[in-house]
Structure formats: structure tokens, C-alpha cells
Ligand binder design. Structure first.
Ligand code: FES
Ligand SMILES: [Fe+2]
Length: 368
């Protein structure tokens, strides 16, 4: 049976895609060992600043290279001293000149686009730069976005649960009543969101009703007009980066017409499979207002971590029951439409990799 929630293939995430391997600042001139996409991997930075990713177990006796020394850009195995260069080759052995052919590490394709280090999950020859997400809108529109609240959590649940959860607003009142507040049905979007669906990018946008800015908004944006609206966005970049609950505070005139964007804030969620059943959850916040307000920076980061913990608790409770689950047996609510659209997008990629036809994709939730 296909891994939940998919209906074909035997993988729970697409392999030939880009995923976040690390934050830029995590990778230095010492090994960072992390299991990514089912592989034990060591990441490190060469003297020239280039990020390198190779398999993290020495082929001789499986010594983890997490504690390897790096000398002249070479990883030195801490068990018997084999030296591996940045191209994954064994360059030297301490006690013999002949190097066995199997003394190689596997290298992985990585691409640094700060603050992210991306890794290609397929074999190196298949690396496709057209699938690398363009994240400039999240981190540097106009060059004035402030990034903060960097975090990484380990989740004992499959990556698809985290992805879909980030496109499901209907759980907020029940999973996050204190951190995000109770929402009534009248708080939610009254109209269907605008959907943007293109290669490597899927987004849902909606504008809140017009309201007068409260004291907090006026403090942040002294020039804001008499009314404001908030644009809520849920965006999927590639298959592993979500900007959810992103907001733009938009100053409006009395007729609700948008005048200017007063401020932008993004909540970044990097979802990278560790294995078929566990996930690395990267998080950060970016905003283009009040950069000097350290209290606000700290508050945003802390609230983001608390919200993530609440989601993780729910998803880890569900995961143990999924090995025998078939999503085709599940009812869907109207509010599941965005998450189901994400699921179908991932499933299409999985089917393409498994060479399974698209013809019998399950009925989308929008029609339920
Ligand atoms: S385990 Fe690495 S050289 Fe022996
Ligand atoms: Fe949540």
C-alpha cells in the first residue's frame, strides 16, 4: 500500500526535489552531521566558503564523520585516519598508498541561497535548478527584510502531515487557542482565496475585511490611513518551504481601496524529510518594519516556537496510526481544500517519479 496519504508509489516524499538541509549559519568549517531524506549526511564549509555535502559514514567501518577533523578542506576519519577531499574521493590513507575503489563518500548537490542551504534529493546528475525555489520575496524585497527567530525542531511524523497542516486554518482555534487565539467563523475568509498555481509555486491569498487600525498597528505604522486590511498568504515554494500566516498590513482609504503596504511579515517553515516517518522542521520570521524592536523580535520567535510545538504534538499523536491508513477512506471538509490541493501536487510528483499514471488521482476535496 502506498504511504499515507498517497494512493500510488512507495515513497512518502518526492526525491528529485530541493529541500532545506540547514540554515546558512549552521554550516561552518566543522562537520554538521544530519540525516536528510533518508541519508546520513555531513555538511561543512571549505576554506573558500563553499558548502559541501557528502555521506556521513566512513565506508571502511561506518565511523560517523560528525567528529571528523577538517584539514586543508579534507575530512579526516576519526577512526583510522582516511582523508576525503571535498569531491568525495579518498585522497590518502595513513598506512598504504593503494586506495581501494570503494573508499569513496557519496556526494550530494547543495546550493546556498542565504539563509537557506538547499540539497537536491535525487542523484547529482538529475539536479534541476529550475525546481530551486525563488525565495527573494520572503527574505529581501527591497533589501530591508529582517530575519529572526531561527529554529529547528525534530518531528516524529511524516513530512506530508506538516505540509498539509500549514495549509489548514481550521485547526487554529482548537490546536492554538492561546498562542493564536480563538477564531470564530466570521473571522475567517468569507470569500474563496485567490489561488496562484504555477511551476514550483502554489499560493492562496485572501484579504481580510477592512477595519480601523488598533493602537498596536498605529504604533508600528504611524502613517497608516484611517483603515487597513491584512492580506493572508499561504505559499508553497517547491515542495519543502511554506510561508504560512504571512501577512501584509495594507493601508486603505474609506472605500476599502488599498493605498500602500504598511508592513510585511513572513513566517517561514522549512519541511525536510529526515526519513519516511520523521521530519526536520526549520522555522524563522522575516519582517520589514520595526527592525530595532528587539522585544518584538523575541516575542515573534518565541510565539512561533510555541505554535510549532502545539502542531508537533498533534501530528506526532496521529503518526503512529498511519501505517495502515488509506486516505481514500477519509471524509474531507470544505476547509480541507487547500491542504488537499497541496497533497495532489505532491502526489503528482511522486507518481511521475514512480512512473504511475495520473489518471486515477482521488477525487479532490473541493468537490466533496
Ligand atoms: S572507519 Fe574510517 S578509516 Fe576506518
Ligand atoms: Fe498549526
Amino acid at each position: 500500500m502506498a504511504p499515507y496519504p498517497f494512493s500510488a508509489g512507495d515513497k512518502s516524499f518526492p526525491q528529485r526535489q530541493w529541500y532545506i538541509a540547514a540554515w546558512s549559519q549552521e554550516v561552518v568549517s566543522a562537520p554538521l552531521m544530519r540525516k536528510l531524506l533518508g541519508h546520513e549526511i555531513v555538511l561543512y564549509r571549505t576554506a573558500a566558503g563553499q558548502v559541501t555535502a557528502v555521506s556521513g559514514l566512513c565506508p571502511h567501518r561506518r565511523m560517523p564523520l560528525a567528529s571528523a577533523q577538517i584539514v586543508d578542506d579534507q575530512l579526516i576519519c576519526p577512526y583510522h585516519g582516511a582523508a576525503f577531499d571535498a569531491e568525495d574521493r579518498c585522497a590518502s590513507l595513513p598506512f598504504q598508498s593503494k586506495i581501494p575503489g570503494a573508499m569513496r563518500l557519496k556526494s550530494f548537490v547543495v546550493e546556498e541561497r542565504a539563509p537557506f542551504i538547499w540539497i537536491w534529493g535525487g542523484d547529482p546528475a538529475s539536479a534541476d535548478m529550475t525546481c530551486l525555489p525563488d525565495t527573494t520575496s520572503l527574505t529581501a524585497p527591497g533589501g530591508n527584510m529582517v530575519l529572526s527567530g531561527f529554529g529547528l525542531k525534530h518531528v516524529r511524523a511524516r513530512s506530508q502531515l506538516l505540509l498539509e497542516n500549514l495549509f489548514d486554518k481550521s485547526h487554529i482555534s482548537f490546536t492554538h487557542p492561546v498562542t493564536l487565539g480563538i477564531r470564530t467563523t466570521s473571522d475567517g475568509p468569507q470569500q474563496s482565496p485567490e489561488v496562484i498555481d504555477r511551476h514550483n509555486y502554489l499560493a492562496f491569498h485572501h484579504l481580510s475585511p477592512m477595519r480601523a487600525p488598533d493602537a498596536t498597528m498605529r504604533a508600528f505604522f504611524p502613517d497608516i490611513g484611517p483603515f487597513m486590511r491584512v492580506e493572508y498568504r499561504a505559499e508553497l515554494f517547491g515542495v519543502g518551504l511554506v510561508n504560512a500566516a504571512g501577512t501584509e498590513c495594507i493601508s486603505c482609504d474609506g472605500n476599502g481601496a488599498c493605498l500602500t503596504v504598511a508592513g510585511r511579515m513572513n513566517f517561514l517553515h522549512g519541511i525536510t524529510p529526515e526519513t519516511d516517518r520523521t521530519t526536520h522542521y526549520f522555522m524563522a520570521v522575516s519582517r520589514d518594519f520595526a527592525p530595532e524592536n528587539e522585544d518584538y523580535t523575541a516575542l515573534l520567535g518565541e510565539r512561533n516556537r510555541l505554535v510549532a510545538d502545539e502542531d508537533i504534538k498533534v501530528l506526532e499523536a496521529i503518526e503512529p496510526y498511519l501505517d495502515t491508513a488509506d486516505a481514500r477512506d477519509e471524509p474531507n471538509f470544505v476547509t480541507d481544500a487547500a491542504a488537499i490541493r497541496v497533497r495532489r501536487r505532491i502526489e503528482k510528483l511522486l507518481r511521475a517519479e514512480a512512473l504511475v499514471p495520473l489518471t486515477d488521482l482521488p477525487t479532490p476535496a473541493e468537490t466533496v
